[in-house]
Design a binder for this molecule. Structure first.
Ligand SMILES: *[C@@H]1O[C@H](CO)[C@@H](O)[C@H](O)[C@H]1NC(C)=O
Ligand SMILES: *[C@@H]1O[C@H](CO)[C@@H](O)[C@H](O)[C@H]1NC(C)=O
Ligand SMILES: *[C@@H]1O[C@H](CO)[C@@H](O)[C@H](O)[C@H]1NC(C)=O
Ligand SMILES: *[C@@H]1O[C@H](CO)[C@@H](O)[C@H](O)[C@H]1NC(C)=O
Ligand SMILES: *[C@@H]1O[C@H](CO)[C@@H](O)[C@H](O)[C@H]1NC(C)=O
Ligand SMILES: *[C@@H]1O[C@H](CO)[C@@H](O)[C@H](O)[C@H]1NC(C)=O
Length: 386
């Protein structure tokens, strides 16, 4: 083979491995819940398009760490797109407005008022809701109030039953002297005064509609306005985002410029040889490429660090009782796979925060992330010397 042919070969190999580099910071795919629930469902009609900075993380194996912005992880449960709020648990995502950087969420069981009685809070999440109203919740025996709802009160259907009616009223009608002060209706007792309900738009929106949350960071709206794609700008672990108009094409173009810019054949040869050696590793097996990339990130950054096997194994396990009895009575669903715990299944607890998961699910998670998937507490390696 003539030198020039070898050279051309190296050059082509080089381009293919540069392509490999480019794909690692290529635009993240739009994901949907539904059709298998692994986040790759083909659009599923009504399901919410999930784009960067959000990422569906059900399928841990196909996670691309460079598509994943911390605390914007979503889960799929059938058709439903699920957001986990660290303090308040699971919510269904009804829509996401990428231009306005807002998302509408609701209760998976369609009873938001119950979630407010459980002290809804956005603490530790990247989302905001600035306007809250205080509501008083009442429990009224049905016989006396018989379908008559007092002025300014509204029925909370999902908390009521045939034998009693739960009413909600803005607390100020009971407390503020400048309003027509209302008496607590007879035959009703106060469940709680001053329940904080997020309200945006109308005063009753929070109780009867979705909750609208907003986020300010990462600021991807400019990309949306320009019809471009928001993504991480660097192929490392920094959280800097930017816009890209055609994704990998522009990156590849840059790579060509760099190679041509070298000019002298000698320099080109060195680049080509280097690329060829990388290319041998990278282009051979895309799975391996991704793994390599992950490992590099894991070893160079504490942000994405994972836990080792002995540390994971040191976390306590429990077996669900034959009767299905849970270690925590109110906590019967694995936050990772969103399946109910079944008798005889093995659960694992993260001691630091006391959150439970299927051992199978959390072990897989911790091998890629050193944090609790629910509250995101950082976890550490257990020192072999202690
Ligand atoms: C998913 O949504 C489609 C229509 O949007 C519906 O027909 C189907 O039953 C849903 N599946 C589940 C599991 O909710
Ligand atoms: C919510 O907060 C109130 C008052 O701060 C407290 O009494 C109640 O126990 C809390 N409920 C839950 C479910 O945390
Ligand atoms: C309302 O009161 C009845 C008893 O009068 C009780 O059984 C029911 O659990 C209460 N409901 C709520 C939501 O507090
Ligand atoms: C309502 O009360 C009736 C009799 O007082 C009882 O039979 C029924 O089970 C009650 N319903 C609920 C949902 O508690
Ligand atoms: C408002 O009224 C409720 C119900 O009467 C009462 O429990 C609560 O303490 C009052 N709150 C204030 C701030 O006065
Ligand atoms: C709601 O109630 C809480 C606790 O009583 C109080 O701190 C807060 O100022 C109230 N908010 C409004 C908007 O009335």
């Amino acid at each position: 083979m003539a030198t020039s042919q070898i050279f051309l070969l190296f050059f082509l190999l080089c381009m293919s491995s540069l392509h490999g580099i480019a794909t690692s910071i290529e635009n993240c795919p739009v994901q949907y819940c539904g059709l298998g629930g692994d986040g790759n469902g083909g659009g599923g009609g009504s399901s919410v398009p999930v784009k960067f900075p959000f990422q569906i993380i059900n399928n841990l194996e196909s996670l691309n760490p460079r598509c994943r912005y911390p605390r914007f992880e979503l889960l799929c449960s059938g058709n439903k797109t699920i957001l986990v709020l660290p303090r308040s648990g699971l919510f269904t995502v009804r829509s996401i407005d990428y231009n306005l950087q807002t998302l509408d969420i609701n209760d998976p069981l369609n009873c938001l008022p119950k979630r407010f009685l459980d002290n809804f809070s956005l603490e530790d999440s990247p989302f905001e809701q600035k306007i809250y109203g205080n509501f008083t919740f009442l429990n009224c025996s049905s016989s006396s109030s018989s379908n008559h709802v007092p002025e300014h009160h509204r029925t909370v259907a999902c908390l009521s039953s045939e034998n009693y009616t739960v009413l909600a009223v803005p607390s100020r009608f009971y407390n503020e002297t400048k309003l027509p002060m209302l008496p607590v209706p007879s035959s009703c007792e106060v469940i709680r005064a001053d329940v904080m309900v997020p309200v945006s738009g109308g005063y009753w929106n929070g109780l009867e509609d979705d909750i609208r949350l907003s986020w300010s960071d990462p600021h991807c709206a400019p990309c949306e306005y320009r019809g471009e794609v928001c993504r991480f700008t660097n192929d490392d672990t920094s959280l800097v985002v930017g816009c890209s108009n055609s994704g990998k094409e522009s990156v590849k173009y840059d790579a060509i410029i760099i190679v041509i810019g070298f000019g002298t054949p000698g320099a080109l040869f060195i680049v080509a040889l280097g690329c060829y050696l990388c290319g041998k590793v990278w282009t051979h097996d895309p799975q391996r490429h991704r793994r390599r990339q992950t490992t590099t990130e894991l070893s160079t950054s504490t942000v994405v660090a994972s836990l080792d096997k002995p540390t994971i194994e040191s976390y306590p396990k429990t077996i669900v009782g034959v009767s299905g009895r849970q270690p925590k009575p109110n906590d019967n669903t694995c936050p990772i796979c969103l399946c109910r715990y079944k008798p005889k299944q093995t659960l694992r607890t993260i001691p630091k925060c006391n959150h439970y998961f299927h051992a199978y699910c959390i072990d897989k998670w911790l091998r890629m992330n050193a944090s609790c998937p629910v509250c995101r507490k950082r976890l550490r390696f257990k020192s072999p010397f202690v």
